[in-house]
Write a protein that binds this ligand. Structure first.
Ligand SMILES: [Ca+2]
Length: 295
């Protein structure tokens, strides 16, 4: 009796062990699959089919610094321009700092004003609001930001991201899907422009940080604006948006191309600056700072 009971116990024990082993195998396999999910696989294929060199793209996306930015991207989905404050830029201390910046780079401002006919005070105001005169250039990898957003055109990637950020306050699935669809296309174009700029100017695309939207440098240009609108202000043969003279010339040319003319009236000036950042409060802030700099 004891022997039969022991045999049954043994069979039950072995069965349980086998069941546990199979369960662990299944669990580990799915966990590994989740870890190995390649967010950028379809994005890489898309870039290659659009003409980028396969080896170059594969090497770029296999680097450990290139990662899917879940945390950074969730901030992007809840960003609202209406929450941004501009008031403090027209405070006395900020104006004093801006005047100092203007004086320091006066030759670059004079050159830009002479070449493109854009007031130096307006350019300075934009640099103050965009990056606090080149001090706050953004802390997010442009490569990762644009790649993450661009990868969202793949429904599988979108689903994987939604599972991770669905508890973000103020973010609904509807808003997420709408923004992901719209911005993934936009980001893909920006990513291509960014990679082209990096290869043209010979810098490592992985090393540059920018805003949460992928804007770069002192003037916070989006990559697609670089080729048509950025200018070599210091005449060294390169476009470097982290160089003050290049940033100053680039803003001036940008505004000129969007309709700035010497002696432009207030209403027209508002329309031109609106192209730089689609926010009426931004436009008002820039013109107010410009007035204070002239005063
Ligand atoms: Ca330059």
């Amino acid at each position: 009796m004891i022997c039969i009971w022991s045999a049954r116990t043994l069979i039950e024990y072995v069965t349980r062990c086998l069941f546990l082993a199979v369960w662990l195998l299944i669990f580990n396999s799915s966990a590994m699959a989740a870890n190995e999910f390649n967010y950028f696989e379809s994005l890489q294929e898309r870039l290659i089919s659009d003409g980028f060199d396969r080896d170059m793209i594969t090497n770029l996306y296999s680097r450990p610094e290139v990662t899917f930015e879940t945390r950074g991207i969730s901030a992007y989905f809840v960003y609202r321009e209406s929450k941004v404050r501009y008031d403090h830029y027209s405070e006395q201390l900020q104006i004093k700092r801006a005047k100092k910046y203007l004086a320091k780079h006066l030759s670059a401002f004079d050159e830009a004003e002479k070449t493109y006919g854009v007031d130096k005070e307006v350019i300075t105001a934009i640099i103050l609001v965009e990056t606090q005169l080149g001090k706050l250039l953004g802390s997010r990898s442009i490569m990762n930001t644009l790649s993450t957003m661009a990868a969202l055109s793949d429904p599988q990637v979108r689903e994987a991201l939604w599972l991770q950020i669905s508890n973000t306050p103020d973010l609904t699935r509807e808003r997420f899907e709408e923004k992901a669809a719209r911005k993934s296309q936009w980001s893909y174009r920006e990513l291509k422009a960014y990679l082209m700029h990096a290869f043209t100017e010979g810098f490592d695309p992985v090393k540059i940080n920018g805003s949460f939207a992928g804007a770069m440098g002192i003037a916070q240009f989006m990559p697609s604006n670089i080729e048509p609108l950025a200018r070599d202000g210091n005449n060294d043969g390169k476009i470097d948006l982290f160089d003050d003279a290049d940033a100053i010339a680039s803003i001036a040319y940008y505004l000129k191309k969007h309709g700035w003319r010497p002696g432009i009236d207030r209403q027209q000036a508002e329309k031109v600056i609106y192209h730089y950042n689609h926010s009426k409060r931004y436009v008002e802030a820039v013109l107010k700072i410009s007035d204070l700099l002239k005063g």
